[in-house]
Each structure stands twice: as C-alpha cells, then as structure tokens.
Design a protein around this ligand. Structure first.
Ligand code: 3UK
Length: 536
C-alpha cells in the first residue's frame, strides 16, 4: 500500500516571533548586513540585507501611517521588484496579512478577490491602476490605495512619497507561530478563486524541509525564478528561501524571455534556477536557433521545475545541451512549497520524484483506502507547512483539508522504489477504449516529436459518444500545420506508446494554449472546443 514517509526534519520555532526577524534581522545582527539580498535583472539596482531591513521598516511604517492595523489584509499587485519584497515583509512586520495577487488578472478577478478578502489597503503598480479602478471605486472597505512607480495616479497615494517620509525604525509585532500570516488565491482551473491562508510557521517549514534537504541551499546561493512572487512557487524561490538562508536573489519584473533569462543566469552567476516546463521547452527551442555555446550556465548547481509535470524528453535535452539536471518536484499553494521531488542523487526523468524530508504521502481510492504500488490513486500529503483553510469556502475546505492530510486533487502512481508518476488532475484523466489514459503520458510522447514545442491532451468524444484523447499542439517556428503532420504525430505517439487507445483521435494545431496566470494549461477550455473544428 502506498504510504511513504520522508526522513524526519529537525524543526523547531519559538511560540512567539515575527517572520521578518528570521528572514532579515537575524542576518543583520550576525554581521551579514553588507551581503547582497536582491538585484533587479533589468536595471541592475540592488539592496543589501541592511538596506532591505531599513526599507522593510519604512514600508511597515507607511502601512501603519495610513491606518493599517494588526490582522488587516493588505493586497499586493506588483511585478517582481525590491518594492514587492519590502511591502510584503513590511506588512508581516506590523502583523497585517499580505494578500499576494497576480498582475495578470482581469478586472472581474480583482473586484472579486479584493472584496472576498476584505482588503483594507491595496498596494498596486501604477500601470495596473486602471484594472482595479472599478474595484476601488465600489469596495467600501478598501480604504487606501497606494501606487508604486509613477505619475498620473489620480486619487491613489504615491508609494515613493510615503516611503521617503517614513521612519527606518520599526519594532516587529510579536506574533504567534500559528497566527495567520499571508494569503494567496489559488489558480484553480475551475470555479471562483480560493483564498488560501497560511500560518506564520509554514514558510519556515518549507525552508527546513525542501530547500535545506533537497537543494542544500546556503548563503552562497544566488536564486533566480522565472515564476513570479505572487505564485507560491516563486514566493518560496525568491523570498522565503533565499532570505532564510541569507542568500542573494535575482528579480525579474518582465515575462521570461529565453534570451534574457539565459543571459541573466550567466551575468549574475545564478546557482539555483527555478522555472516551469514550458519555459525549459521554449528555451531549448531558442537555443536550437542560437547555438548552445552562446550561453554559459556553469554557475548553476541545479535547475528546478514545478507547476506541471516535466516531460522526460525535456529533461534529457536540457541535460544534453547544458550538462545540468532539472529537478522536477510537485508543490501546491496550500502546502506552501514542494513536498515530492527528484533529488540530486535520486533522479528519475518523467516522475515527480520521492517524498521530501518532513512530509508523508499516501495514494488512496475513492473510499479513502490506500492503493497498491502501480495503481493510480489520489494524492494525500501531510506536513508542517499546510495552510489553514480556504477562506469562506466551507465545502471546498472540507473536501481538501482532511485532518492532518491535504488532498491535492492529483492522481499519481507510485513504483516500488517510491517514485511518484503524475497521471494528471483527478478530473483531467481521459477514458479511451474503456481504460483510463493519463494525458501526461500522451503529451510526453507528442512532445518528443521534433516539430512540437507545447501540447495539451484532453478528453473528447466521437460522434458515437466514444471517449478518445484529443491533442492541441503548438508547433515550433519553421513548421506549419498540415494533415500530413497531424498523421505523422499520431504515428509517432503510436510508436512510442504502442497502443491505439492512447493515440489522439484529433490533432489540433494552435498558436497558443489557454493558461492561468501561473502558467497552467486550462484543460477545461480545451475540452469545451469541439474536436471536429480542424482535423480528424
Ligand atoms: C500541479 C504538478 C505535476 C498539480 C507549486 C511548486 O504549482 C504549484 O502550486 P499551485 O497551487 O498548483 C498545484 C498543482 O499543480 N503541479 C505542480 N507541480 C507539479 N504536477 N508535476 C509537478 N512537478 O496538479 C498540483 O496539485 O499553483 C509548485 C511550489 C509551490 C507551488 N505552489
């Protein structure tokens, strides 16, 4: 029966503390104040730990000055920047609860979540003010809007003005280890977004488990994450872990352009690089056209992939091209970070790896009975970084937060050696020819075709109502869609997987796949598109 336990971690925090003391004050008091905390890739602007400490104090004082109190929610909509980090930590320092929101959402989303979490204050980039205007006009509880970076900010307060006049001294609020600390809205692919509330001790637990034991992060590391801070994955990579270990972080406010990202790794001597499968795939396609020798990734200790399963062909090609391993691991917003991962000495491409120290994982059937090795089951995970609940979502909370266990919504198969293979979301599995087919397996086979850069496979039905896989495929530059190419891809899948029911009955070429702001493919949108639209 699949029930696996990672090695124990030695994790103790005092009852009462402030997370910002762990992340910043600790380094300054131990004489490391002059070390580099952040560098902005676009501008080269940087701050040391001592400077960051002062800026966090100023940001905290700004919030107090505008009337933010203990336990008030402070929403943040900012690109990755030093300001992001100081507002986030300034809020925690005064005992307020930052709500980290994506910069890529719609007006409706902002109006919903700002109302849902009852934000008292909002810190938003001037360029995004327009998108939140309706919300700020309508929501009575939202008292203050602070705009970062700019002119033409109308009624909003100017962050730059406020911070200039604020004091650089601020005693951190003493909080309980189990106080609510920060919120994120989970990028659910269906239904309204869910507010996930984390305790103050959760990020520390992820640092002591994943980052210490899997990546062996230390103060000599330079982190760089293409996933942004509003996304739990980016938050751990660019804030919690580097600050916990006293390391340095490269921040990038713009989208992950392969040329810029690869050059930044070289320029800033990045040691831990974090990204998602689609970036690795696009970067490899870019390197194909530029030549691998144009980029020097020697400084990198590990590349990490999360957010979606990393197909084995991408792992192999990256290793061939750069000589570096990509460690795939699964994390969720609710678990704070990664809890099953490949490890430097234990890599199996095409899997999410093994249980991370400090966590326990089991796979169960619909009756909550543990399944056997080799059988698909729903993933339950237990560990000290699990969130408290979904805010105002009683049913969803009951469905996923099961006592000590959290149900991720994923289907996995485990092998006897404890490696977990992702089969897809529980509601994404495909029934074809009467048997369950994992979209991930078919996608992996399609991706190994030389013309393909991205793809997603979902359930569709023939006119007779028979379930079959349907593939949506993005081609590399230089290839064009044709019926011949569609047939060739089907033959390719047949050759790789050996059974007809796994071969997509439809191959639909598209220039882009629908995605959530955190880059996850919205399979439900693809399911809704009729298969007969293009080729059969
Ligand atoms: C899927 C994966 C296969 C899976 C996240 C690292 O992605 C993160 O959090 P989200 O809440 O989404 C969670 C869901 O995404 N997933 C994530 N990683 C993998 N599927 N292989 C993977 N390696 O469906 C999971 O339930 O947005 C990732 C760290 C922190 C995170 N929050």
């Amino acid at each position: 029966m699949v029930h696996l336990t990672g090695e124990p971690v030695d994790f103790q925090v005092p009852e009462s503390f402030n997370l910002t003391e762990y992340l910043v004050d600790r380094h300054v008091t131990s004489g490391l104040g002059d070390r580099l905390a952040y560098i902005q890739a676009e501008s080269g602007r940087s701050v040391t730990y001592a400077q960051l400490h002062e800026r966090i104090n100023r940001a905290g004082n700004v919030l107090l000055d505008i009337g933010v109190e203990m336990e008030d929610r402070v929403a943040i909509i900012l690109p990755d920047s030093i300001e992001y980090v100081e507002v986030l930590l300034g809020a925690i320092r005064v005992g307020a609860q930052p709500v980290l929101l994506s910069t890529l959402e719609s007006k409706q989303f902002y109006e919903f979540v700002l109302g849902d979490c009852r934000a008292k204050a909002l810190v938003v980039h001037a360029n995004l003010l327009e998108k939140v205007r309706d919300a700020t006009d309508r929501l009575g509880r939202l008292r203050k809007v602070i705009a970062v970076g700019g002119s033409g900010i109308g009624k909003a307060l100017s962050y730059e003005e406020l911070i200039k006049n604020a004091s650089g001294n601020l005693q951190p609020e003493r909080l309980h280890k189990d106080d609510f600390c920060y919120w994120q809205y989970s990028s659910g692919t269906t239904g309204p977004p869910k507010g996930v509330i984390h305790y103050q001790h959760d990020p520390l637990y992820s640092c002591e488990s994943y980052y210490r034991h899997v990546l062996k992060e230390s103060r000599n590391d330079v982190n760089f994450s293409t996933s942004k801070i509003f996304f739990a994955y980016g938050l751990g990579n660019s804030v919690w872990a580097p600050l916990y270990f006293g390391a340095s972080t490269v921040l990038m406010s713009g989208p992950p352009d392969p040329e810029f990202v690869l050059k930044s790794i070289e320029r800033f001597r990045v040691t831990l690089f974090f990204s998602v499968p689609v970036f690795y795939s696009r970067a490899l396609a870019h390197v194909d056209s530029r030549g691998a020798t144009s980029f020097n990734l020697d400084s990198v200790r590990y590349c990490v992939s999360a957010g979606e399963a990393l197909p084995a062909p991408i792992y192999h090609k990256w290793k061939q091209t750069f000589g570096k391993d990509i460690l795939d691991g699964i994390g969720t917003t609710e678990m704070c970070h990664i809890f099953v991962s490949n490890r430097p000495d234990k890599i199996r491409p095409g899997t999410s790896g093994v249980v991370v120290p400090g966590y326990e994982v089991k796979l169960v059937d619909e009756q909550m009975k543990e399944v056997n090795y080799g059988e698909p089951g729903r993933m339950l995970v237990k560990g000290g970084s699990v969130a408290a609940m979904y805010w105002r979502r009683y049913e969803k909370t009951r469905e996923h937060f099961l006592g000590e266990w959290f149900y991720t919504g994923d289907l996995y198969v485990a092998d006897e050696e404890g490696y977990f293979v992702h089969m897809g979301r529980a509601d994404d599995l495909i029934k074809s020819g009467g048997v369950w087919v994992s979209p991930v397996e078919v996608e992996s086979a399609i991706l190994s075709h030389h013309a393909v850069v991205e793809c997603a496979v979902v359930q569709a039905y023939t006119p007779d109502g028979l379930g079959r896989p349907k593939a949506h495929v993005v081609l590399k530059a230089g290839y064009s869609a044709s019926d011949e190419l569609a047939e060739e891809i089907k033959r390719h899948v047949m050759m790789r997987l050996g059974v007809g029911y796994k071969v997509p009955a439809w191959v639909i070429f598209t220039s882009d796949l629908p995605k959530t702001p955190t880059g996850k493919i919205q399979r439900f949108k693809l399911r809704e598109q009729p298969p007969h639209a293009v080729s059969a």
